[in-house]
Design a protein around this ligand. Structure first.
Ligand SMILES: NC(=O)c1ccc[n+]([C@@H]2O[C@H](COP(=O)([O-])OP(=O)(O)OC[C@H]3O[C@@H](n4cnc5c(N)ncnc54)[C@H](OP(=O)(O)O)[C@@H]3O)[C@@H](O)[C@H]2O)c1
Length: 249
């Protein structure tokens, strides 16, 4: 993997992924980290200031019209080598997710859908030319991050089979949606040798995961990065968790 772009990197798992990618022995040459507001992303800015390979890109992922500008910023750096990995990490889970069907508001449901499902799918669409370029440049490599991959951060809460508790409508339906999108991408992009995988990070101590979560950001992110390097064609169109274990849809 020569290049990767991760979304939502000012805090939480996105920030953790950047740290894990930097310290990995096979650290990519180009690490693009997006966030909504660079001026307020102090920790990320410090990382970029001391690591030439980290480049910051500002984007609110609900601004779909700005995606071509993001692709251009990446393309200007990677040139005809393309982008190996698009990692859609940014996501939201409104507090009202916990209220159940009685508290469900259409506006909040649509907003969650915009960030958790529409954004990863539309950003994947925008990056297909650069991903295809990377895959074509690395024809001798097997399917995986050495060629081209889309990784969509999902959640075990998006698993329909494992839903025994109900509720959490905003979060569940949008993560099930991104799972469905990942599966279709894995089929549609198979001939271009671009793989697509849905990844659950575990239950992790972030603003979203809360303090009771059993996993630290570093452990989840180190394992996710290791799992990235171990992806093969068997993971195309698969739903897996941070340590590579398979999950039911
Ligand atoms: N933590 C867990 O236990 C857990 C479990 C399963 C799945 N996940 C998934 O893992 C991913 C990361 O979660 P996290 O725990 O790191 O959450 P987090 O700490 O709440 O961070 C969320 C990140 O997404 C960004 N984001 C939200 N809306 C955005 C938008 N419109 N445009 C650009 N960026 C936006 C946030 O940026 P701002 O600071 O600008 O809001 C922030 O960087 C999410 O997809 C989440 O669903 C987390």
């Amino acid at each position: 993997m020569r290049s990767i772009l991760v979304t939502g990197c000012n805090r939480g798992l996105g920030l953790g992924l950047i740290k894990s990618l930097i310290k990995h022995e096979k650290s990519p040459e180009y690490i693009f980290a997006t966030c909504r507001n660079i001026s307020a992303a102090d920790e990320l800015k410090n990382i970029a200031a001391s690591n030439d390979k980290v480049r910051l890109i500002e984007i609110d992922l609900k601004n779909y019209d700005k995606y071509p500008e993001v692709v251009k910023q990446v393309g200007d750096v990677v040139k005809d080598e393309g982008l190996n990995v698009l990692f859609n990490s940014a996501g939201i889970s409104p507090r009202s997710s916990f209220i159940g069907i009685k508290g469900l508001k259409a506006s909040e449901l649509m907003d969650t859908y915009a960030v958790n499902c529409v954004a990863p799918l539309m950003l994947s669409k925008a990056f297909i030319p650069l991903l295809k370029m990377a895959s074509d440049k690395n024809k001798s490599s097997p399917l995986g991050v050495g060629r081209a991959a889309i990784i969509n951060m999902s959640s075990i809460l998006g698993s329909i089979k494992l839903n025994t508790d109900g509720s959490l409508y905003h979060y569940r339906v949008t993560k099930s949606g991104v799972n469905a999108a990942t599966k279709s991408l894995s089929i549609d992009l198979k001939n271009d040798k671009i793989m697509a995988t849905a990844l659950h990070p575990g239950w992790v101590k972030t603003d979203m995961g809360g303090p009771k979560a059993p996993l630290e950001v570093e452990e989840s992110c180190d394992k996710m990065v290791e799992t990235l390097f171990n992806l093969t064609d068997t993971h195309n169109g698969a739903f897996i968790q941070y340590d590579g274990k398979s999950l039911p849809w």
